[in-house]
Write a protein that binds this ligand. Structure first.
Ligand code: ADP
Length: 342
């Protein structure tokens, strides 16, 4: 089942807020994570796909079938929300079986199926418990089992882990991903947690102001962000304005760096992006892209130290990570100096 959004736009009545010309596809069995600042349109996107919000322009289709005029319950989409939204008056098994009951699946069959899914999410022994007796993480696994029970054509996960403690989140993240892959479920995951997006998703879509800025596999997004907003939103970095001054050279005002300039001509304004792990502490003298200065603030992170390296004239410090902070110089391999055009 592939989910396709083709030039989808939507405005909340009486406003200009909503979505602007979103095109993206989620391939069969793929998990696409949608990230972006608060108000960027992530929830609106999910609401339109689920049918909770209607009246968009453009096309939303599941395996080629246009969903526009289908009510929520006929779209056959499984949903898991931030709040577990389980029925408190039903026990765990009946919560999972609920969607099957609506679809008039006979009791024995729906209970067998619900039990099977509880086994999959590791809650096989909790079938007859009241939902209030479960922890947050367990309730969210019940919600996932309930979403999968209807054999959905697509799965929508709306901040499924954000109400949980950090200690539960990491483990549940792996579990959800494993189950999603086992069911080959075509999945859209909305999250404000970039680590969650990068670790769980096949591809990550970055949104801002109702627009899709970039969609790419996690590594590509991190290493080749399309613009400064994406670069800032995904991972840590140092971003500095500069000008291409010759082939494979960029002038930052306070220093020149060797960098792959591609087809850009001298005089082109760019921003230079450097990730903290690409900054080398105290490289040998005389090497390329060696900048002298001093280490400012440092944060000890156990396996490494993250620190600010202040280069005279730079205006902002270089954010670096290495086993120990630089004493007098940092170096950046030219291939790790990325140029952005905005
Ligand atoms: P996100 O999920 O990324 O935080 P939303 O999809 O909730 O963003 O919101 C996108 C934009 O639409 C925001 O500017 C928000 O203020 C606006 N918006 C959301 N819901 C409504 C609504 N019911 N009525 C009017 N505007 C809304």
């Amino acid at each position: 089942m592939s989910l396709v959004l083709d030039h989808v736009s939507y405005s909340y009545p009486g406003t200009t807020q909503g979505l602007h010309d979103i095109s993206l596809d989620v391939r069969t069995g793929e998990l696409v994570a949608v990230i972006g600042p608060s108000g960027s349109g992530k929830s609106t996107l999910l609401k339109l796909v689920s049918g909770l919000e209607t009246g968009h322009s453009g096309r939303i289709a599941l395996d080629g079938e246009d969903l526009s005029h289908k009510p929520v319950h006929r779209r056959h989409i499984g949903m898991v929300f931030q709040s577990y939204a389980l029925f408190p008056h039903l026990d765990v098994l009946d919560n999972v079986a609920y969607g099957l009951k609506l679809r008039k699946v006979p009791a024995a069959e729906r209970h067998r199926r619900a039990q099977e899914l509880l086994d999959v999410v590791g809650l096989g022994d909790y079938a007859r418990r009241a939902v209030a007796q479960l922890s947050g993480g367990q309730q969210q696994r019940v919600a996932l089992a309930r979403a999968l029970a209807i054999d959905p054509r697509a799965l929508l996960l709306d901040e499924p882990l954000s109400a949980l403690d950090a200690s539960v989140r990491g483990h549940l993240r792996d579990q959800i991903r494993a189950i999603q892959q086992r069911f080959n479920a075509t999945t859209l995951l909305v999250t404000h947690d970039q680590e969650e997006a990068l670790t769980m998703a096949d591809r990550v879509a970055v949104m801002q102001d109702g627009r899709l800025l970039q969609i790419a596999p996690p590594r590509e997004l991190y290493e080749h962000p399309a613009n400064r907003t994406v670069a800032r939103f995904v991972g840590l970095s140092t971003l500095l304005p500069g000008t291409v001054c010759a082939s494979d050279r960029v002038d930052l005002g306070f220093a020149e760096l060797a960098a792959p300039t591609g087809t850009r001509t001298p005089g082109t304004a760019v921003h230079v992006l450097i990730r903290p792990e690409h900054i080398q502490a105290d490289p040998p003298a005389g090497g390329l892209n060696r900048l002298t200065g001093r280490t400012g603030a440092r944060r000890y992170l156990g396996s490494l130290t993250r620190y600010d390296f202040e280069v005279p004239g730079a205006g902002i410090p270089f954010l670096a990570e290495s086993a120990w902070p630089a004493r007098e110089a940092i170096g950046i391999a030219p291939a790790h100096v990325r140029l952005l055009d905005d």
